[in-house]
Design a protein around this ligand. Structure first.
Ligand SMILES: [Mg+2]
Length: 226
């Protein structure tokens, strides 16, 4: 076959669904989580700058969280888990997060074309594909960057995807919503990158940017990736 890639790996949050829409449609559920999210983002942005992957990312994250915001490490770990793996994940399990129109169809088209599909996120993934209507998609690989000890744009989670798929990075398209994390991370290990946007077309180093999922397929064909 003459296509240029063998696999497509998707970021999850902000890519397969709009975070803004999730927040607006679930304000009552998300309101109590907002302080933890805000504080966690700050801690994680500090940890993104690390040069080396760590053995236990969640432990380090809890230590930093406790250091910055008080309390002990066990309390920090519990608070983070309650929000990230509890309340937030429950929104997906209960079907309260709407995916983008055409997203599931686009993924099915890619699967039908024989491409292997993967998910790689900085956060736990478990209930998200099912909650977003992707239960029938066969994701060969689902990697939470926390489990390999470094968040995006560190090369480690991107390389972990390529290793787990047993596909060379140059034959993987990574699709994400953040320039500094997704696009830069993917390009940094030699993957191709595509960027989804929801408002204004962004400046990007990605091969292309798209707003509607039908366009992802058309642009992949136009770029002769598939
Ligand atoms: Mg994202």
């Amino acid at each position: 076959m003459n296509r240029k890639i063998d696999a497509v790996c998707f970021d999850v949050d902000g890519t397969l669904y709009s975070i803004r829409r999730m927040v607006l449609e679930n304000l009552r559920a998300i309101w109590p989580m907002r302080a933890t999210f805000r504080e966690l983002h700050r801690v994680r942005d500090l940890l993104r700058l690390r040069e080396h992957p760590v053995e236990d990312f969640r432990q380090l994250q809890a230590e930093r969280f406790a250091l910055e915001h008080g309390g002990n490490v066990t309390q920090a770990m519990q608070r983070i888990e309650e929000v990230i793996e509890g309340s937030w994940m429950d929104l997906f399990a209960q079907g309260h997060v709407r995916s983008d129109e055409g997203m599931a169809v686009a993924l099915r088209v890619l699967q039908t074309r024989g491409l292997r599909l993967a998910l790689m996120s900085d956060y736990p993934i478990e209930e998200k594909p099912g909650g977003l209507g992707l239960a029938d998609i066969d994701f060969s690989v689902c990697i939470n960057a926390e489990d390999v000890g470094a968040l995006k744009p560190h090369p480690r989670p991107f390389l972990a995807v390529a290793e787990a798929l047993d596909v060379a990075p140059g034959r993987i398209l990574y699709v994400g919503d953040r320039e500094a994390y997704d696009v830069e991370g993917a390009l940094g290990v030699g993957m191709l990158a595509a960027r989804i946007y929801r408002k204004k077309r962004p400046q990007t180093r990605a091969l292309f940017a798209f707003k509607r999922w039908a366009l992802l397929i058309r642009l992949m064909e136009w770029k002769r990736l598939i």
